[in-house]
Design a protein around this ligand. Structure first.
Ligand code: ATP
Ligand code: MG
Length: 431
């Protein structure tokens, strides 16, 4: 059997992508993919006919390609990833590539060919291609059945410009929008189960996430910081997180615990966290705060207490999990790959000085009165001076000062450059 170059075609939903939106979407998606696939055996990331085309190196083996496809499927903006081959638009080659694709499709009983050409300069139309490739495969797989509706496997044959792209394997992607198309948000990240899922939901809508973690240090060990770092590394794989600020918060909590009525402690910790997160957001140019709160899950997540927390800041606060059940959140955390990390016990700074019966219906006036005993404005200045910053690889947050480095990388690998050149050419052939 001839040896064809292996490829993945990355499909995205084009719904609502018109004019300028579409080119922004494509530019971000290609840049994110090029960068996230840096360690994969990829020769080139480019674009054909409203898809992203990933071409693998000849040396890449099947398991490396399966791993790359699995990564691509988890990158926000990707609706589907198909894996197969590219060959010339010669029938003999197309037959052999279709045969190779079908032979790798796993167990199946029924199949069909789905052919398509993007230009009439290829003399065989899609109906004829269906028949020709279909007839060839019928001979090769005499005991398998052709089925038009819902077959086990579809062998796709796409003739685009001078090449044919042929695949029979396809996996669904996470959908959403490419990270970087929606601006920045600051995510309050504990090492718990919920907040990583909340951040992920925002990343999947195109937001670049900046984490803020309040550690119980020096009153507790730094366990939660290591867990948050592990969580950030999971989000980093899909380009979802750019940096995490760690705030050593234990001493402030101890002071709050000594100075305000026990029932209001948690709400007052929360308000201080929000104010600090808002300051960080302003510094970062982020336009919203994000938490993993879910209505009624714990005492601090009643409507009254959420309102008391909101009242501490002006910036909008998003709570993507507000209507989710814990079991749904756990299922999402498992899919994301953060559940096991979050299941490790860590002395959270909120549990450190936990009152026995926290207020569930805090009145804003009472909270504000209690806060008068605290020099919280001074604390915020002090905390802002002592932030600890952890950086993660996030293609959407390359800044101007990183542009030179990015250009250098692009030149050395030529992949980002190819990707950008392909986008700026703006060739959209289908759709
Ligand atoms: P999670 O599993 O995300 O910790 P939770 O159900 O344990 O959520 P809380 O501990 O009440 O609920 O926290 C609610 C939200 O407040 C978290 O989802 C997170 O956004 C924020 N938060 C809580 N503790 C911290 C912390 N130590 N650092 C940063 N953010 C925090
Ligand atoms: Mg928690």
């Amino acid at each position: 059997m001839p040896h064809f170059q292996r490829i993945s075609l990355v499909h995205y939903h084009e719904l609502g992508l018109k004019g300028h939106n579409r080119s922004t979407f494509e530019r971000h998606l290609m840049r994110n993919l090029s960068s996230l696939l840096e360690d994969a055996p990829v020769e080139k990331v480019t674009r054909i006919s409203g898809r992203v085309l990933v071409m693998y190196q000849a040396s890449a083996d099947a398991s490396e390609i399966a791993e790359a496809a699995d990564l691509i499927a988890r990158v926000p903006g990707v609706a589907r990833v198909s894996c197969g081959f590219v060959c010339d638009r010669e029938l003999d080659q197309m037959y052999a590539a279709a045969d190779a694709a079908l032979s790798e499709a796993g167990a199946f009983d029924t199949w069909k060919v789905v052919a398509r050409r993007n230009h009439t300069d290829f003399e065989i139309d899609s109906m004829e291609m269906n028949q020709l490739v279909g007839a060839y495969l019928c001979e090769r797989y005499p005991d398998k059945k052709v089925k038009m509706k819902h077959p086990d496997v579809e062998v796709h044959v796409e003739v685009v410009q001078g090449h044919s792209y042929i695949y029979a394997q396809s996996i669904p992607g996470v959908g959403g929008l490419p990270v970087g198309t929606a601006g920045k948000v600051v995510c309050l990240m504990s090492s718990g189960i919920d907040s990583p899922v909340a951040a992920w939901r925002m990343a999947r809508r195109g937001a670049t996430c900046i984490g803020v973690h309040f550690s119980g240090r020096p009153q507790t060990a730094s366990t939660s910081e290591y867990l948050v770092d592990d969580i950030a590394h999971v989000l980093e794989r899909f380009g979802g997180i750019a940096r995490v600020y760690v705030v050593p918060f234990g001493d402030y909590q101890r002071d709050i615990a000594g100075m305000v009525p026990p029932a209001l402690r948690i709400i007052i910790y929360r308000r201080l966290m929000m104010r600090i997160a808002e300051r960080i957001a302003r510094r970062e140019g982020a336009k919203a705060l994000v938490t993993g709160e879910s209505l009624g899950q714990v005492a601090s997540q009643t409507l009254d207490n959420l309102a008391a927390t909101n009242a501490a800041v002006e910036m909008q606060i998003f709570r993507p999990l507000i209507g989710s059940d814990k079991l749904e959140i756990i299922a999402d955390a498992q899919k994301l790959g953060t559940f096991e990390i979050s299941s490790n016990p860590a002395p959270d700074c909120c549990t450190l000085f936990m009152p026995r019966s926290p207020e569930t219906h805090a009145k804003i006036a009472d909270v504000e009165a209690a806060e008068e005993a605290l020099p919280w404005q001074e604390w915020i200045e002090e905390i802002m001076e002592n932030l600890e910053l952890h950086e993660y690889r996030c293609p959407s947050s390359y800044r101007v000062r990183d542009a030179a480095r990015a250009a250098e990388q692009a030149q050395s690998s030529s992949r980002v450059a190819d990707a950008d050149a392909a986008v700026s050419q703006g060739t959209v052939l289908f759709g």
